[in-house]
Design a protein around this ligand. Structure first.
Ligand SMILES: [Zn+2]
Ligand SMILES: [Zn+2]
Length: 298
């Protein structure tokens, strides 16, 4: 596995660390860095100068022990070393941009981890990195069966975003549980109850505890995310998964004939009878096996 860096990230991390050293009484070390840095401004050629900055910051990133911290954490996940072609650290400007991604091309699996430079100086740096590397290790694990694209046929973008959010919440619980990050438990639980608010509390507890202890594969996590999605749809006043209109008149698996089920699934392949639909859709689909989705008069 090859380690690669974004020069902007290294420069700002080294700069912040040098300032911290200065403030904590290690001015000599910080001074040596600033002296070396200022000589580079004498280089007239812009390419040479930026190359010089990059090399200087790689060197200081190592000298200040920052690279060793990243590598030591990565080593906790042997799959990364074994399977990833490269690991790239890239600069993130905001917390919401931080995180790990895997880019797969024929013959190459490249991991990119985006981090804010301040992250390196914060207390939770290693736990954060460990969490992200655990995502990566899962993505590289054949047994997990990761699929980067989470789709839901026929779903509007808001529902798809909800599904992806639920999936992420579930995956995060399995990670915190495996890493025994007890400090994360309360935050995970509150995210979980927010994303799965339609589940009864007893079911929430049972599911959460199971996810904390075990890691279902990608498909299993997605199933949980989807099943709660459909349960949510059958709440009184919830949106019918077919016509998207709110309804209090749900037709469930028991109220739908096989003709209606087949007609619905022609248009909504991911729909299952237990997802239900509104009474009006049930009637319309029962009337005929339509080639087009029914026209609704509202
Ligand atoms: Zn995560
Ligand atoms: Zn409907």
């Amino acid at each position: 596995m090859q380690l690669r860096y974004d020069g902007h990230l290294l420069e700002s991390v080294v700069f912040l660390e040098a300032r911290r050293l200065e403030q904590s009484g290690q001015a000599a070390l910080a001074g040596r860095y600033h002296a070396q840095r200022s000589t580079l401004y004498e280089l007239a050629d812009p390419d040479q100068r930026s190359d010089g900055f990059f090399k200087l910051h790689v060197q200081w990133f190592r000298e200040l022990g920052l690279e060793a911290r990243v590598l030591a954490t990565a080593k906790e996940f042997p799959l990364i070393e074994e399977r990833a072609t490269s690991l790239m650290l890239r600069k993130a400007l905001a917390k919401k941009e931080e995180g790990a991604e895997l880019f797969v091309r024929p013959g190459a699996k490249n991991v990119v981890v985006a981090l804010r430079s301040e992250r390196f100086l914060e207390d939770g740096f290693e736990p954060f990195l460990r969490h992200e590397f655990c995502h990566v290790a899962d993505m590289l694990d054949d047994a997990f069966g990761y699929e980067p694209r989470i789709e839901l046929a026929g779903a509007p973008p808001t529902e798809l975003a909800l599904l992806r959010d639920r999936y992420r919440v579930l995956w995060d619980i399995t990670i915190a549980g495996r890493l025994k990050q007890e400090a994360e438990r309360a935050a995970c639980w509150s995210e979980f109850t927010r994303a799965f608010s339609t589940l009864p509390e007893e079911r929430q507890r049972e599911l959460f505890d199971r996810l904390w202890r075990e890691r279902p594969a990608h498909a299993g996590l997605l199933d949980i995310a989807k099943s709660s999605h459909t349960r949510a749809a059958r709440t009184p006043g919830g949106a019918c998964p077919l016509c998207k209109f709110p309804t209090f008149d749900w037709a469930g698996a028991d109220g739908l004939g096989s003709g209606a089920v087949a007609a619905i699934q022609e248009h909504f392949p991911n729909w299952r009878p237990e997802d239900g639909c509104c009474g009006r859709c049930a009637e319309l689909y029962a009337m005929s096996k339509m080639a087009q989705p029914p026209t609704l008069f509202v």
